[in-house]
Design a protein around this ligand. Structure first.
Ligand SMILES: [Zn+2]
Length: 279
């Protein structure tokens, strides 16, 4: 069992929570690199989660949450294959168990399999021992389906609590949030969703999308098979490379967020903050 207090070996930039929780298109990151924060960094590292990476290279990680979904995941895979792109799929283990062949196809096509949870429940509302047990259960179930070790975890709704962050570390899981989103759960036309994701792009981005629609989605995120091809079409002239989160984090310094620190009072662009929505 890995120590949850192991200091992350990669040098990283600390950012304010509001950059993530209230992320809006066009915002810049709010760094926390004060002399005090720099001194505290080794102690704070276990309580941080990955947001994106620090680079000027045109690379990004496309991430898909809540799948695999027989109605949508195959078309996402086809679009990614046509582009030669690798992506990261944060799966629900119960859903992966219902569609094991599809989960294994995602892995077989070179994409990264990561854990989103057992089901789409708000783990912050469960007792910590229960939430920690669910995390272990999800990891074991997903590993059982895809036959490989799971190293990345994104909490449902992006809802972080300290105890779960440490439990994830104990299980050898890196907690990953995101730095750009398209709000693809609102049911807007795919052109609009693709445009939002396009405008939010930045070097080193971790982009939040969903590969879920129809029966598997229920009242939750509603995506479209047209969104990913439209987004890739927009990005193609700019020469972006699409890496998995694992590849991105192995190659570039991390940008990380400490969740126990209060968010900034306003967004970096000076606009007042509003409650964040998440995946
Ligand atoms: Zn989700």
């Amino acid at each position: 069992m890995a120590s949850p207090f192991r200091v992350h070996p990669t040098p990283y930039v600390q950012v304010r929570r509001s950059w993530v929780a209230d992320y809006e298109i066009g915002e810049r990151r709010q760094e926390l690199e004060t002399p005090t924060m720099r001194r505290l960094k080794p102690l704070l590292a276990p309580w941080s989660s990955l947001i994106c990476v620090d680079t000027i290279d045109r690379v990004m990680a496309l991430t898909f949450d809540d799948g695999p979904d027989p109605e949508l995941t195959p078309s996402v895979l086809d679009a990614l294959a046509a582009e030669g792109a690798r992506a990261t799929f944060f799966m629900l283990s119960a859903t992966a168990r219902r569609h094991p062949a599809l989960a294994r196809r995602v892995a077989a096509e070179g994409h990264e399999i990561a854990l989103h949870g057992v089901v789409h429940e708000r783990s912050t509302e469960l007792p910590l021992t229960r939430a920690a047990a669910r995390l272990r259960q999800g990891k074991e179930e997903l590993e059982d389906v895809v036959g490989q070790e799971i190293r990345l975890f994104r909490p449902t709704y992006g809802a972080i609590r300290m105890g779960l962050l440490l439990q994830a570390r104990r299980l050898g899981l890196e907690t990953v949030i995101w730095s750009a989103w398209a709000r693809d759960w609102l049911g807007d036309p795919p052109e609009e969703v693709a445009e939002r994701a396009y405008v939010a792009r930045h070097p080193g981005a971790v982009v939040l999308l969903h590969d879920i629609v129809g029966a598997e989605a229920g009242p939750r995120p509603l995506s479209s098979p047209e969104t990913v091809p439209l987004l890739l079409d927009k990005l193609r002239p700019e020469g972006w490379r699409y890496l998995t989160v694992g590849q991105l984090t192995a190659r570039y310094p991390h940008i990380r967020c400490h969740w126990f620190l209060p968010p900034g009072k306003s967004r970096p662009n000076g606009a007042p903050a509003e409650p964040g929505r998440a995946a």
